[in-house]
Design a protein around this ligand. Structure first.
Ligand code: PEP
Ligand code: MG
Length: 582
């Protein structure tokens, strides 16, 4: 057994979990057990030789089939063929089997990953391009070796911790919390979609671990500490015992918090703070009944599309109708499709942009795909006849964009009237405030909409020019930065002047650290990740609005984010139970 190893990443979803690792590469292959018995060495070496020979054959066939049709592809396959047949590489893999008693799969992974790491560190572009080839060759030999033993995420039937370089939105949307009890990824930041999904599923997660997917081997025992942002690989007996205690205490604390969830969400001095839920998938809606929420403040409808890009008007309508049925009379704010950037294009061909977060994302994507957008608007309007629906437009940055979306909505309404289909004529329409340009003209936008909802994940990203999903700049991602606070204040003032509600649905509202500041700034309506509701409510019930106002004033007087964070930590720490402290 290897000695215990500790890896530090970014804590994105609180909690502690101890389980076996399930390695997910881009093809969802798990690399099985790593050691063999001495007497199996010969057989294992033969397995490797056979897999290499079969891989060579496959490549020869592919090359022959392709011929000179697509020259560039043939060249790539020829490089793969050379790598697969490379005697030095094969020898090293065999040494792993014979001297270290690794399984053939594990030895392949180790040797190829050693070269991948070496190549990745080199400055030469020509060499760094070979990294992709090595990944492909690794996958080819592994799939050949594993054959029918390839295990897929979809067919998991035991509790595991998922380890991956990254998870695509489609993969996260399909995760089943019955079996996936936590996850750890190489890349990602606090508000990346993977992080948001981990919170939604209520499973502990650490991201930005850089190379966890190549360090851990399937079957290793992992502790995910989603509070400290730490992953322990093959913990020693003492660490394991400590963490088992922590895990048990946490379960007790959560049970206590859940009991209080029925109590009203109000401050000690009697101000109600409405707590709504952020939802990605319909399967989360059912659990809301136990959380005593005010409704759904953000339904990220793009996940419906990502799960099935052919959902169409009817598919969306069914999801919306089912949500409304489940939630009763409570309002549901459906955000229109926020596709593009990290949320792919749902199978509509390759989506290659140099700067996808500044590209054809979200409402811009909808304008590029008007049929898709119209289908969704029709589904939303039809659903509005079945419950309290609010429509929210994401990533609006200018009045012209808002008007264009509102015009399309009017046209869809007209079509429905002509078709004699019922809908709520007064369905409220609001915008997300998540681009600085919109926050800065919030006073001009407010009279044209029914509500604002501030998306602090993107607002922070775009204000500070810090990629929300990039672990290398994660320390710069600071929602408490004075620039962000000023934009929040400006938005609140514009909303107040126009008499429209301003809520907040970014992750900032789910973090107990920021809740008193947000209340002090004037927010009375937060939409948070459902798993955060008990903690956020508990905190709300211990604070007074006048104290929060004084805190916000002090924060606004600071000139840098670090001082603001220090002020908030100081203030919030003694209001939280020890296991929830920062
Ligand atoms: C946000 O940007 O703050 C937000 C809530 O939207 P998303 O995280 O889905 O981009
Ligand atoms: Mg956003």
């Amino acid at each position: 057994m290897r000695p215990m190893e500790l890896k530090k990443g970014i804590a994105v979803s609180p909690g502690i979990v101890i389980r076996e690792a399930f390695i997910l590469d881009s093809e969802e292959i798990r690399i099985p057990e790593r050691f063999i018995e001495k007497e199996q060495i010969e057989e294992e070496s033969a397995r490797l030789e056979a897999a290499i020979a079969e891989s060579e054959n496959r490549l020869d066939q592919d090359i022959a089939q392709l011929g000179s049709k697509i020259q560039i592809n043939t060249q790539i396959l020829e490089i793969h063929r050379q790598l697969v047949g490379d005697a030095v590489l094969k020898n090293e893999i065999l040494i792993g089997i014979q001297e270290n008693q690794y399984t053939a799969e594990h030895s392949v992974s180790r040797v190829l990953n050693k070269y991948i790491k070496k190549f990745e560190r080199m400055d030469s572009q020509i060499i760094s391009e070979r990294v992709h080839d090595l990944y492909d060759v690794e996958k080819l030999i592994l799939t050949t070796l594993l054959g029918s033993r390839v295990e897929h995420l979809d067919s998991l039937e035991r509790e595991v911790v998922l380890v991956a370089r990254n998870l695509t939105p489609a993969q996260t949307a399909k995760l089943d919390a019955t079996w996936v009890k936590g996850f750890a990824t190489d890349i990602g930041g606090k508000t990346s979609h993977t992080a948001i999904m981990a919170k939604a599923l209520g499973i502990p997660a650490v991201v930005g671990l850089e190379n966890i997917s190549t360090t851990v081997v399937g079957g290793d025992t992992l502790i995910i500490d989603g509070f400290r942002g730490v992953v322990l690989i093959n913990p020693d007996a003492r660490t394991l015992a400590d963490y088992r205690d922590k895990e048990a205490n946490l379960v007790k604390l959560r049970q206590r918090l859940r009991k209080d969830v029925a109590l009203p969400s109000e401050t000690v001095d009697g101000y109600p703070i409405e707590l709504f839920a952020n939802i990605e998938l319909i399967k989360e809606v059912h659990a809301l009944a136990n959380l005593n929420t005010a409704g759904i403040g953000l339904f990220r409808t793009e996940f419906i599309h990502l799960q099935n890009p052919r959902s169409g008007e009817e598919g969306h309508f069914q999801h919306y109708q089912a949500t409304l049925k489940e939630i009763g009379q409570l309002p549901v704010t459906f955000r229109t499709l926020d596709l593009g950037a990290d949320k792919g294009d749902g199978g509509r061909g390759p989506w290659v942009e140099e700067n996808p977060f500044l590209g054809c994302r979200s409402i811009r994507y909808c304008f590029e795909h008007p049929d898709l957008f119209r289908d969704q608007l029709r589904a939303l309007l039809r659903a509005s006849a079945h419950g309290s629906v609010r429509i929210m437009l994401p990533m609006v940055g200018a009045i012209a964009e808002l008007d264009r979306a509102l015009n399309m909505l009017d046209q869809v309404k007209e079509d429905l009237r002509n078709d004699g289909i019922a809908f709520d004529e007064n369905v409220p329409v609001g915008v997300m405030v998540e681009i600085p340009s919109l926050a800065m003209i919030a006073d001009l936008i407010a009279p044209r909409v029914d509500f604002f909802s501030v998306g602090t994940n993107d607002l922070t990203q775009y204000t500070l020019a810090v990629d929300r999903g990039n672990e290398n700049v994660a320390s710069l991602f600071d929602p408490g930065h004075p620039a962000v606070l000023r934009l929040l204040q400006q938005t609140l003032r514009a909303g107040e002047a126009a008499g429209i509600p301003v809520s907040l649905c970014g992750e900032m509202g789910s973090e107990p650290l920021y809740v008193p500041l947000l209340i002090g700034l004037g927010f009375r309506n937060l939409s948070v990740s459902p798993t955060s509701i008990p903690e956020v409510k508990r905190l709300i019930r211990t604070i007074k609005v006048y104290e929060c106002k004084a805190l916000a004033k002090r924060c606004l007087a600071h000139t840098d984010g670090l001082a603001i964070t220090a002020e908030l930590k100081d203030w919030v720490s003694d209001k939280l139970p020890p296991s929830m402290r920062f």
